[in-house]
Design a protein around this ligand. Structure first.
Ligand code: NAD
Length: 488
């Protein structure tokens, strides 16, 4: 049955819109519903609701907000499976992956429940005789969040609960490809006691984003998506005097040293490269094998594991990998297979045309593995964002490190080795924001912070953890002196 995803403004679903976009069922490859597109007027309505709500929400005490956030967390826990089903239905990832991703979002809500501690200022008495100095973390006002298709629950949950905990109000613009889960998230927030207007949703595409970015009443922008759009959002937001954090794309390398446990490395790399159909900003997309012998052994091992990957509906408990999100994205990823062959890389596993028998119209493809990839090739330089892994062979650790440091992206990276000195040198010298040692997907836990380097981020402030407190508040420092009353 076809459905339509409305906006959510001032605590109500809003169905007005001149334009709609299509939402697909990626397993069947069929149109499933539509999402409305917010024009300037709808955006204005949402920002106004958030601006009005800020007047009272910013005056609530951190502990009053914590009580609501605790209830929100409990409701998320209770509804985790239902939320994950919405993710699987529109994104395609397996239900187990979807549950894991919602949990990573709930972990951030968990962190917000301790906001009273994090908003404590610093006080120094007697910075000079009779003079004290103290700092306050004050909310910014109306914050907006623009999120990508690959984590439709987790990334919104990395943003709006932190913003709300700090006393801000929020307008979310979720990905138009899988918007249903975000709507459910804000309904649960409302049920938990978040007052009307404090968190709102406008759906849409570039038209909606542009109206948000330049709106005079928007104070801060959090963006996650591709680097081209991240850079555009960053520059536009900065030009309009907003605080902006914009997270972009990735090409995450993993060095495999000759002394590594190659069986363990192969197992983990297959999951890190092909899990969620490679649609993860922390997926490993390049393996840097140190020596030909390491490459040959690793590849032999990975090939066996790849043949065991079960590709099918995300709702089937047997599936390891689901479909890609849309036909357009599938075709884009497939075009890189032809390109890689033209560029001279050796395609040693070709799943590019694979479809499960029962879903021949679905947006499926199987795992692809390129060997002998060279740094000048586009399949090496560009983010493919699908189940495609490149193997680059190098002679030694230093060459591998140099390769990573010269790449334009710097989101995540990893190394497999048994040598503590090499691991430590890698962690110390690699020019990447998130590093794994014998762990290929080093997404930091909620009480640390998330953020890449180089073209994977535009801004200096990371997501969630203490970085989010810094992003969603502004610092005020008061220096005070009080005189005794003069008695008459
Ligand atoms: P995308 O850049 O196409 O879209 C992201 C958001 O921006 C969406 O809400 C979309 O509607 C909006 N948008 C798209 N084009 C726009 C334009 N021209 N102007 C204004 N807004 C626009 O990204 P995507 O395809 O949804 O997501 C995949 C990308 O996100 C990958 O590059 C991936 O690496 C990246 N990503 C990064 C992180 C990170 O933390 N660094 C996390 C997840 C995903």
């Amino acid at each position: 049955m076809s459905y339509e995803v409305p906006h959510f403004i001032q605590g109500k679903k809003i169905s007005a819109s001149n334009r709609k976009l299509e939402i697909y069922d990626p397993v069947q490859g069929k149109l499933a519903g539509h999402v409305l597109v917010a024009d300037r007027q709808i955006v204005q309505q949402a920002i106004l609701a958030a601006k009005q709500a800020f007047k009272t929400w910013s005056l609530t005490t951190p502990s009053q907000r914590t009580k609501i956030l605790f209830r929100f967390k409990a409701l998320l826990d209770k509804n985790i499976e239902a939320l994950a089903k919405l993710v699987t239905q529109e994104h395609g990832k397996t239900l187990a992956e979807a549950i894991g991703s919602v949990q990573r979002g709930i972990d951030v809500v968990d962190f917000t429940c301790g906001i009273t501690h994090h908003l404590k200022g610093v006080f120094t008495d007697h910075v000079a005789t009779g003079i004290d100095c103290y700092s306050l973390h004050q909310p910014l006002g109306v914050c907006i969040g623009i999120t990508p298709f690959n984590f439709p629950a987790m990334i919104p949950l990395w943003m709006f609960p932190m913003a709300l905990a700090c006393g801000n109000t929020f307008v979310l613009k979720p990905s138009e490809k899988d918007p249903s889960c975000s709507l459910r998230l804000v309904e649960l927030a409302q049920e938990a006691g978040v007052p009307d207007g404090v968190v709102n949703i406008v759906h849409g595409d570039k038209e909606t984003v542009d109206a948000l970015l330049i709106h005079p009443d928007v104070n801060a922008i959090s963006f996650v998506g591709s680097s081209t759009v991240a850079e555009y959002v960053y520059k536009t937001g900065m030009t309009h005097h907003k605080r902006v954090q914009a997270f972009g794309g990735a090409k995450n390398h993993c060095i495999v040293m000759p002394d590594a446990d190659l069986d363990q490395a192969a197992e983990q790399l297959v999951a890190a490269a092909y899990g969620s159909a490679g649609e993860r900003c922390m997926a490993i997309s390049v393996v840097v094998a140190v020596s030909d012998e390491t490459a040959d052994k690793l590849i032999a091992n990975m090939k066996i594991k790849i043949t065991h990957l079960k590709i099918g509906s995300g709702f089937s408990a047997d599936s390891d990998v689901g479909p890609l999100v849309t036909q357009a994205h599938l075709e884009r990823v497939q075009s890189y297979i032809a390109l890689g062959k033209e560029e001279g890389a050796k395609l040693i596993v070709d799943g590019s045309q694979y479809k499960p028998k029962e879903f021949t119209n679905g947006f499926f493809m199987g795992a692809c593995l390129f060997d002998h990839v060279q740094p000048h090739m586009r399949i090496y330089k560009e983010e493919i964002f699908g189940p495609v892994l490149c193997i680059v062979r190098v002679a030694n650790f230093d060459d591998g490190l140099k390769l990573i440091n010269e790449h334009e992206y710097g989101n995540g990276t990893a190394i497999f080795t048994r040598d503590g000195y090499i691991a430590r040198t890698f962690a110390d010298q690699v020019q990447v924001g998130m590093v794994g040692i014998n762990l290929p997907v080093p997404v930091p836990v909620a009480y640390h912070s998330f953020g890449g380097w180089k073209r994977s981020i535009f801004s200096d402030i990371g997501m969630y953890g203490s970085e989010a407190i810094r992003f969603y508040t502004k610092l005020k420092t008061v220096t005070q002196r009080w005189m005794p009353r003069i008695s008459s």
